[in-house]
Design a protein around this ligand. Structure first.
Ligand code: GLU
Length: 285
């Protein structure tokens, strides 16, 4: 079975972009040239008739830059204020860029409670499905301005890696692409271990793979390191969703992945009969 070939036929795709892939490291401000490529890539997937969901970070980083702060704030209240300003600004730019390609974009902000509360979860699911059937690209982020505990507990829902896997499972996506600051999964942290080997495909997600996440992200902009990406992979694959970690330094990697090229690390989805999304999220709380 050629797992990569199967990626060509995916119909419902969730793409997650981290803050460090969207902003200039020196200023924290948006990298507009890269955003243009991102929007073209997603617009083209829509033009191929696929359902597309974008999980975009960047609210805090963009808000902090807009408010003239140096680096990312650490105080919770300041972070929340930054997210409020930054999320609106981020959406303004997405709306503008998507409209240039005649694509409609909508916003969905979620918290852990959205998933844990049955009524809220069903509402979110219905809204996603309705938006997708209307041809809209939902743009998702955590509701950082109000969901305080999320941001404090980094290994939990407070990173968009986990959030994007939860969304992919919720809407029964068939592919999740995490755009990262690294090419994919290595046997060890390649920044500190020159013998670290790149892993092309993971078709059996076991303890050995989970341990490879201990060396974390080099990024100081977002919150997700390799450990959170592997948590995301565990959720996505158990829900039967294929997941790819690819390098977000070049958003053209999105079409490389969806054309079945050898790009990034592919985690092959294997639906586990005993997998219940809610049980899983409760374990993460
Ligand atoms: N939700 C946060 C933001 O938009 C980022 C979370 C993450 O980096 O994963 O700023």
């Amino acid at each position: 079975m050629n797992y990569r070939e199967r990626l060509k036929d995916k119909k419902r795709i969730v793409i997650k972009i981290g803050s460090s892939s969207l902003t200039h490291a020196a200023t924290g401000r948006l990298d507009l040239l890269k955003m243009e490529v991102l929007v073209r890539e997603l617009g083209d997937l829509r033009n191929q008739g696929k359902d597309v969901v974008l999980v975009s970070s960047g609210a805090i980083a963009v808000g902090a830059a807009a408010l003239g702060m140096k680096g990312k704030p650490s105080d919770l209240r300041v972070k929340q204020a930054c997210a409020s300003v930054g999320q609106a600004r981020l959406m303004l730019i997405y709306q503008k860029l998507f409209s240039e390609y005649n694509q409609m974009a909508g916003q969905i902000l979620m918290t852990k409670n959205t998933m844990v509360n049955n009524a809220n979860r069903r509402n979110a699911q219905n809204t996603f499905n309705e938006l997708l059937s209307l041809g809209v690209i939902p743009i998702v982020n955590e509701n950082d301005s109000i969901s305080t505990y999320e941001m404090q507990s980094l290994e939990k829902f407070g990173d968009n890696d986990t959030l994007s896997a939860v969304v992919a499972a919720l809407i029964e996506a068939d592919l999740l692409i995490l755009m990262s600051d690294i090419d994919g999964l290595y046997t060890d942290d390649p920044n500190s271990n020159p013998d670290a080997r790149f892993i092309d495909t993971v078709d059996n997600f076991d303890e050995r793979i989970l341990n490879m996440g201990k060396g974390s992200s080099t990024s100081n902009v977002g919150t997700g390191g390799m450990a959170t990406k592997l948590t995301a992979a565990r959720i996505a694959t158990a829900a039967g969703v294929d997941m790819v970690i690819a390098n977000g330094s070049d958003f053209h990697n999105i079409h490389r992945v969806t054309k079945g090229d050898d790009c990034g690390t592919l985690f092959v989805g294997k639906k586990q009969e005993e997998f219940f999304l809610i049980d899983y999220i409760e374990k993460l709380l």
